[in-house]
Ligand binder design. Structure first.
Ligand code: SF4
Length: 72
């Protein structure tokens, strides 16, 4: 099963890193908080993990089934 992404909108500091690096998956909402692009194809797990690691505030959380992955 592919990894599942959850954006912690309270933790997002609107840095834009995810939007710039992975625009096929992330965009800003009207308040410039990151959200997932609706209907985006499920990316490879490596893309998801790279995005989570690059987020400066740890707002991109990744789950493998019910378990949250420690992206370090
Ligand atoms: S990289 Fe993190 S803090 Fe920056 S916009 Fe994306 S979710 Fe928000």
């Amino acid at each position: 099963m592919p990894h599942r992404i959850l954006i912690d909108t309270d933790a997002c500091i609107s840095s834009g890193v995810c939007v710039a690096n992975t625009p096929q998956l992330f965009r800003f909402d009207d308040d410039e908080v990151a959200e997932l692009v609706p209907g985006a194809p499920v990316p490879p797990d490596g893309v998801v993990l790279d995005a989570a690691r690059a987020c400066p505030s740890g707002a991109i959380r990744v789950f493998d089934g019910p378990d949250e992955i420690d992206v370090g």
